[in-house]
Design a protein around this ligand. Structure first.
Ligand SMILES: *[C@@H]1O[C@H](CO)[C@@H](O)[C@H](O)[C@H]1NC(C)=O
Ligand SMILES: *[C@@H]1O[C@H](CO)[C@@H](O)[C@H](O)[C@H]1NC(C)=O
Length: 365
């Protein structure tokens, strides 16, 4: 700081026209320093599905994994971590932008301990949903169990930091929730159970109730800053286009409509809970519109391929089918909106994250 102030002072004796320009540079530098030194939140704590799982599924017996190449090939060290992308996922970008760590470690990963988790931790599990029946499809971690892990984490954090400091971290942390797509695509529209029991509107309401109870429990445990994630235009995922091949492999419009309806319900829920729960700062992080914009105008974002993913044939593969059994992938993932048939590339993840940081999440800066 001292050096910068001196530079600004000495610049004032320089030629007239150059002063504003120099000052602007210094102000930019000051802002940059301020940004780097002030963490906006002490930790980012993540619940959800593959959109934010940083490796918990590596440690459980499920076939839904991605801890092998080519997953992670653009991650630090070219390392497959269990993230369902070629690089980082939205929770990583959001954590970094808020001054916490650049990657959020998975709670079940034995490489990390409470020292690491004190500044960010991920309980998410690929393939899970709000509905217990969804997590059962591929034997992944149900949402209620993610919360049980969080309760154990709280105890460990209090032991590690002491009661007062831990409580401060827990109440100041940003909690991210990102799930729901699997409830529809892996469960409701795939299996007869829920679809014979509920109309799709009733199922949306059923999921909303679970979301509401989850947020209330989290609030009861001390969380105050919470981002509830919405659904993407899930009818445009390459896998869904493939299922729609009879109709020209376009987006499945019905699925997009359901995503839109469900998002509106989540948004109302957010408004309601902000009224009901004193001191809560709950926001709705909606990836729908920005991802739709990318899908409709891929070239304006520098993408060349939107209907087909980078990995393997790009039409149906994910997890082991994109990897062990088919290691072939495109050369430049930055030209693709989707990495595998169900998940965005790192570049898409970054664009979505930047958008959320500039909109719903801007209240946390
Ligand atoms: C966590 O692991 C690091 C090294 O990997 C070690 O130095 C530290 O003591 C551990 N912390 C706890 C609380 O076990
Ligand atoms: C999901 O399962 C857990 C554990 O069995 C149970 O406590 C919870 O009530 C279930 N949730 C719903 C919505 O049925």
């Amino acid at each position: 700081m001292h050096v910068i102030v001196q530079v600004i002072e000495s610049s004032t004796v320089m030629a007239h026209q150059t002063i504003p320009c120099l000052l602007l540079t210094h102000i930019a530098l000051l802002l940059l320093l301020a940004h780097q030194t002030t963490a906006r939140v002490p930790a980012v704590i993540v619940f959800g599905d593959s959109s934010v799982d940083s490796g918990n599924n590596n440690q459980i017996p499920t076939i839904l994994k991605s801890n092998f190449r080519p997953y992670g090939r653009d991650f630090e060290g070219g390392r497959p971590t269990g993230r369902f992308s070629n690089g980082r996922i939205p929770s990583d970008f959001i954590s970094e932008a808020l001054g916490a760590k650049p990657t959020v470690p998975a709670y079940l990963d034995p490489m990390y301990n409470i020292t690491d988790f004190a500044t960010g931790v991920c309980f998410a599990s690929a393939g899970t949903g709000y509905d217990n029946a969804t997590s059962a499809v591929l034997s992944v971690i149900p949402l209620w169990k993610e919360l049980e892990y969080y309760k154990v984490y709280q105890r460990r954090l209090r032991n590690y930091l002491g009661e007062q400091k831990a409580n401060e971290v827990l109440s100041e942390a940003l909690y991210l929730m990102s799930l729901g797509t699997n409830d529809f695509l892996e469960n409701y529209y795939m299996l007869i159970g829920r679809s014979s029991q509920f109309t799709v509107e009733e199922y949306e309401n059923f999921l909303c109730e679970i979301a509401e109870n989850f947020i209330k429990e989290l609030y009861g445990l001390g969380a105050r800053k919470i981002s509830l994630g919405g659904l993407p235009p899930m009818g445009c995922l390459p896998l869904e286009r493939t299922l729609n091949y009879m109709f020209g492999s376009g987006c499945i419009e019905d699925y997009n409509r359901v995503a839109g309806d469900f998002n509106m319900k989540l948004q109302s829920l957010v408004a309601k809970l902000n009224q009901e729960l004193p001191g809560i700062k709950l926001v709705f992080s909606n990836p729908y519109d920005i991802l739709m914009e990318i899908i409709q105008n891929p070239s304006s974002f520098g993408f060349e391929s939107v209907a087909v993913a980078c990995c393997a044939t790009g039409t149906f593969e994910m997890s082991y089918l994109c990897g062990r059994f088919n290691p072939f992938a495109c050369t430049d993932a930055n030209k693709y909106v989707f990495w595998d048939s169900f998940h965005p590339t790192e570049k898409t993840n970054r664009i979505i994250s930047d958008h959320l940081l500039n909109t719903a999440l801007s209240v946390f800066f």
